[in-house]
Write a protein that binds this ligand. Structure first.
Ligand code: HPA
Length: 274
């Protein structure tokens, strides 16, 4: 099934909705899906080509409805490169959202901070990335569209809206460069020192392939990390997925406040006549 057919299937399932904004919810942030009004839920199992995510903390459903009076399509649950070694895991959902008429994609993740003053519980606006995994989701695509410019991949206009939304919501928003490590093992302390030298502010195991895929299909991108820990070796403590989920859940309310304020700041839509 191609992206247009998938979009048709989704439209039949969620009649009257025309989401302009896609949102990918990362580890421990799935609770935002509960805030969607007038929601239609579609399991990834019913959407051909959508990933079968096996990571705890990821639900695997598409929720279409309204958030802060904007039409949104929430991908609750992502599949990661480290699950099967495929950087294209999220290609079909992202192409389907674009075919559905979405204009922008908001990506969220949990990440480790490389800056001691930016600790667990802090949201971070991603302004750029370093792809450190030696692969790219557009390898194998056979048209000139694959040569995607990554200048301003994180849309500067959306970033300005995010900063303003954070200020008005009273949320402290860090910002910086996200470096993609494949995982699933966490980084070594030496890798974290190297990442800092290379100019990264946070590290994580997702999002970067999705940004590239989204730019390939013409979606504008905004991305946010929920900092759940300091990078390996910065505190002497071992890192764990339990900590990631626990700290992401603790910070989830602040993160939800930020995302709601951000979505409310997006351009208003004309309401569809049903
Ligand atoms: N490293 C990689 N991924 C992560 C981290 C980290 O420290 N914390 C949450 N996700």
């Amino acid at each position: 099934m191609d992206a247009r057919e998938l979009a048709g299937l989704i439209r039949d399932w969620a009649p009257g909705h025309a989401p302009k904004t896609g949102i990918v919810l990362g580890s421990g942030l799935g609770s935002l899906a509960d805030e969607i009004e007038d929601a239609a839920h579609l399991s990834y199992l019913d959407l051909p080509g959508f990933p079968r995510s096996g990571v705890s903390g990821h639900a695997g459903e598409l929720v279409i409805g309204r958030l802060a009076d904007r039409e949104v399509a929430v991908l609750s649950g992502r599949a990661h490169f480290y699950e099967r070694g495929n950087p294209r895991e999220m290609a079909v959902p992202i192409a389907a959202l674009a075919a559905l008429g979405a204009e922008r994609l908001i990506l969220t993740n949990a990440a480790g901070s490389l800056r001691p003053e930016v600790g667990p519980g802090t949201p971070m606006l991603i302004t750029d990335h370093i792809a450190w995994s030696g692969t790219n989701p557009l390898i194998g695509v056979e048209d000139d569209g694959r040569f995607v410019s990554m200048v301003d991949a994180y849309d500067p206009g959306l970033a300005d809206l995010a900063r303003a939304a954070a200020r008005s919501a009273g949320v402290d928003l860090a910002e910086g460069v996200y470096m993609w490590f494949s995982g699933p093992s966490f980084e070594t302390p030496a890798e974290i020192r190297a990442a800092r030298l290379l100019g990264a502010d946070a590290v994580g195991m997702s999002t970067v392939p999705e940004v590239i895929l989204a730019r390939h299909v013409g979606l504008e991108v905004a991305a946010f990390s929920m900092i759940t820990n300091l990078g390996a070796g910065m505190t002497g403590a071992a890192l764990s997925h339990e900590e990631t989920k626990r700290e992401a859940a603790k910070g989830a309310e602040r993160f939800r406040t930020l995302l709601r304020a951000f979505v409310a700041a997006l351009p208003a839509e004309r309401r569809e006549t049903r």
